[in-house]
Design a protein around this ligand. Structure first.
Ligand SMILES: [Zn+2]
Length: 213
C-alpha cells in the first residue's frame, strides 16, 4: 500500500480509538489495559516502515540523475542505481533487507510492542510512545503482507531472510490485480479523508461555540 494511505488509515483509527478512550477512560485488549494513546508516535509508526527504502530510493534517483542515467525501475540494474536497488539489492543485499524489515517484519515489531508495554508498566515515560509506534507499524505490515506478491515484508526476520508471503494480489502490479487494488485503495483514502475532515469541522464548530459560551 502507498505510504500516505497507511498514514490516512492510522489517522482514522487514532480518531476512533481516542473517542473510545475518552468515553471509557482507557482502552483494553483481551483483558489488558493499554497505555494511553500517543498520537505523535502512532502517526510516525504508520509511515516509519517505509522510510528507510524511501530515503534509499531518493538517494539512488539523485545519483542516477546526477550521472545522466534515465530514471527507471525497469532499467538495467548494472547501469541504473535505482534499478539496482529495487531489482537486485532489495532481494539480495543484506543491509537493504535489514533496513526494509527493521519496522516491517512482524517479529521485530512485536518485540518493540512488548518492550514498550513492559516499559510503560514499569512507569517509564516513553514506554507508551514505543507501544503505540509499534501498534502503527504492526497495522502497516498487516496491510502490506496481503498486498505484495514477491516484495512484501520478511515474515520471520531476523531469523529467516528469505521467507515472504506470495500474495496473489499486489497493490501496484497490474499483473496481480494492481489496476483494481489501486483505485480501491484511493477510494478508501477519500472516504477516510472525508470522515477525518468532517470530524475536524465538527470539533472546530464545538470549540468555537465553547469559546462564545
Ligand atoms: Zn510498507
Amino acid at each position: 500500500m502507498q505510504t500516505y494511505s497507511h498514514y490516512i488509515i492510522t489517522a482514522a483509527l487514532n480518531r476512533v480509538w481516542k473517542k473510545h478512550e475518552q468515553s471509557r477512560g482507557s482502552l483494553t485488549l483481551a483483558g489488558y489495559t493499554l497505555p494511553p494513546i500517543k498520537t505523535a508516535p502512532l502517526m510516525l509508526g504508520s509511515v516509519l516502515p517505509d522510510v528507510p527504502l524511501i530515503l534509499l530510493s531518493l538517494g539512488a534517483m539523485t545519483y542516477d540523475r546526477m550521472h545522466g542515467i534515465q530514471m527507471s525501475f525497469a532499467n538495467d540494474p548494472a547501469h541504473s542505481l535505482t534499478a539496482w536497488l529495487f531489482e537486485y539489492a532489495f532481494f539480495n543485499v543484506w543491509w537493504v533487507k535489514a533496513l526494509h524489515n527493521l519496522f516491517h517484519a512482524p517479529l521485530m515489531v512485536l518485540a518493540y510492542l512488548l518492550i514498550g508495554y513492559g516499559l510503560w508498566r514499569q512507569g517509564r515515560a516513553w514506554g507508551a510512545g514505543l507501544f503505540w509506534l509499534a501498534i502503527a507499524c504492526l497495522i502497516h505490515t498487516a496491510i502490506d503482507i496481503p498486498l505484495h506478491y514477491d516484495d512484501g515484508p520478511l515474515l520471520l526476520f531476523p531469523f529467516n531472510w528469505t521467507l515472504r508471503f506470495y500474495s496473489p494480489v499486489s497493490y501496484w502490479d497490474p499483473r496481480r490485480y494492481g489496476n483494481i487494488v489501486a483505485p480501491l485503495e484511493h477510494l478508501l483514502d477519500l472516504g477516510l479523508l472525508i470522515y477525518l475532515g468532517l470530524g475536524w469541522w465538527r470539533g472546530r464548530t464545538l470549540r468555537r461555540q465553547g469559546a462564545v459560551a
